[in-house]
Design a protein around this ligand. Structure first.
Ligand SMILES: Cc1cc2nc3c(=O)[nH]c(=O)nc-3n(C[C@H](O)[C@H](O)[C@H](O)COP(=O)(O)OP(=O)(O)OC[C@H]3O[C@@H](n4cnc5c(N)ncnc54)[C@H](O)[C@@H]3O)c2cc1C
Length: 481
């Protein structure tokens, strides 16, 4: 097996010294993603700038017998970009060109390092936008979005990343480059694009993405419906959808989150005394919105809403969204650590599950707050804590497990948009059995038979599916090519 110095030499021969990090203090910056509870040291971090370099780096890793992990901005919240088994991190943020933006076909071809919000900015002069809008959109990359099948507040009406990706350029784990799907969105045969979107970087490295762009709506109305508690706000979500309305977004922010936001740089004048706020965004033809707005008002009142405020202008609307999207950041005011959970329940189960989630937080004596994509039933119970207190950390982990079990028992799943990563691989048995996992492993083997691409993710290593554990299969490190 080549030494680490030989591996670094091989990587540097592809990208040069200045685009290869190998000193311990440099590697420390890449020991985790947004889930800081899980850490692992990479062997090296490299910054390719074109597809050819990605291919050469993958081949160099294969020759050295070292696994590799693609990484975007590192905002992931499930440990997806963690460098397990001493993997080399292939950082894609410098593959950042918009190769094509075609307003007639309404598509863009982008490299994976393009930042989500920058694509909509580039499309705006053509009256277009890229719809999936994670709250992290000022930082996260489209490559990361593809890997996690990211959602966002506007997923409710427009769909998640998978509904907007038409084609992919992918470097396979043996270094070969393939094209999947195509610009028209009509590709015969198996849906390989669908398989790669949401595969959490385990099937190869995405080096270009063809995405669908949407026309900007003629008019937008953004409302804040104020409720005495989070459960009645959840009830309103059911009333609105049940009435046949399809808002662009339905987001709930609870009292603890409102106060953290209002104490922070994201302050937007949200009512500090509210038990919860439901942000309702309606978009479409200008003439269609006023009756919808009145309908939402009365449905919120029926659910126990106290009042509804409507954004007076674009600046106020932008302030509301800044507050919503800055909420996780604002929680840094509550405690040194934050565990952002992610699970989905059927909309009808929201009020009951939210009540249980709050009860779990109280029972474990934890600071729990909720800010979430309510229209999709996509919960984010956030636990603020201090990891230096081992007792508290233990309670955080036990409460988190109970929250996931509660969501699954209510007919839900363990992740809506953050992925399984390293975080939830031991929980995947709550939603998939051995046969399901085996089918997924066989699909993975079509792309990556040696499991050299982003090892240690999605599939459990301890409690379930011993076969998925490389150690159980007789080797600890990936074999040579
Ligand atoms: C404040 C905050 C708010 C957030 N809000 C949302 C939200 O509303 N909705 C949501 O869905 N998520 C949200 N997230 C989670 C996160 O931003 C998304 O998962 C995002 O898609 C990650 O993108 P990234 O560029 O940071 O990827 P990374 O974290 O670097 O990587 C994520 C995964 O993508 C893989 N990957 C990265 N690049 C490539 C590539 N080129 N080819 C193949 N695989 C690749 C990695 O291996 C890893 O598995 C939030 C995170 C934060 C910190």
């Amino acid at each position: 097996m080549p030494s680490r110095a030989e591996l670094v030499d091989a990587l540097e021969s592809v990208v040069g010294r200045e685009r290869c990090l190998s000193r311990p203090e440099e590697l420390r910056l890449y020991e985790c993603d947004g889930l800081t509870l899980h850490t692992a040291d990479p062997s090296a971090v490299v910054f390719p700038t074109c597809t050819g370099e990605v291919q050469a780096l993958v081949r160099a890793c294969r020759r050295a017998g070292v696994p590799f992990v693609p990484r975007g901005a590192g905002t992931g919240l499930s440990g997806g970009a963690l460098a397990c088994d001493g993997a080399v991190v292939i950082e894609c943020s410098r593959l950042d060109r918009i190769r094509l933006l075609d307003p007639v076909d309404r598509i863009a071809v982008v490299e994976p390092g393009v930042i989500n919000a920058d694509l909509s900015t580039a499309a705006a002069p053509h009256g277009l936008f890229y719809a999936p809008d994670p709250s992290s959109q000022l930082a996260c990359t489209l490559g990361g979005n593809v890997a996690e099948n990211s959602g966002g507040p506007h997923t409710l009406k427009y769909g998640t990343t998978t509904n907007h990706v038409l084609g992919l350029e992918l470097v396979l784990p043996d270094g070969e480059q393939v094209e999947l799907g195509g610009a028209t969105g009509f590709a015969p045969g198996f849906d390989w694009v669908g398989a790669v979107v949401g595969s959490e970087g385990t099937l190869g490295i995405v080096t270009a993405i063809t995405v669908r762009l949407e026309p900007r709506p003629e008019a937008v109305e953004t409302l804040l419906a104020i409720f005495p508690d989070v459960v009645s706000a959840c009830r309103a979500v059911g009333h609105i959808i049940g009435a046949g309305l399809v808002p662009a977004a339905l987001e709930i922010v609870d009292r603890r989150t409102i106060r953290a936001v209002e104490d922070s740089v994201y302050a937007a004048g949200l009512p500090r005394d509210a038990g919860a706020v439901l942000i309702v965004e309606l978009d479409g033809l200008a003439a269609a919105l006023p009756p919808q707005l009145e309908r939402v008002r009365s449905l919120c009142a029926e659910a126990g809403g106290e009042r509804v405020e409507v954004a007076r202008d674009e600046a106020e609307r932008a302030r509301f969204w800044r507050a919503r999207k800055g909420a996780f950041g604002a929680m840094g005011r509550l405690a040194p650590d934050l565990y952002v959970h992610d699970a989905v329940v059927p909309r009808t189960a929201l009020p009951e599950v939210l009540e249980k989630v709050c009860e779990i937080g109280d029972r474990y004596g934890l600071t729990l707050s909720n800010v979430f994509h309510a229209g999709d039933g996509n919960l984010h119970p956030n636990i603020s804590f201090d990891r230096r207190d081992p007792g508290e950390l233990d309670r955080v982990m036990r409460a988190g497990a109970e929250i996931l079990e509660t969501c699954v028992a209510a007919g839900g799943v363990i992740t809506g948009e953050h992925g399984v990563g390293s975080e939830k691989r031991e929980f995947i048995g709550l939603v998939f059995d051995e046969a399901d996992l085996d089918a997924m492993l066989r699909l993975r083997a079509c792309f990556d038979p040696e499991r050299v691409c982003n090892p240690g993710k999605i599939f459990p290593t301890t409690r379930f599916c011993a076969e998925s554990n490389p150690k159980a299969r007789g080797y600890d490190r990936v074999p040579f090519e």
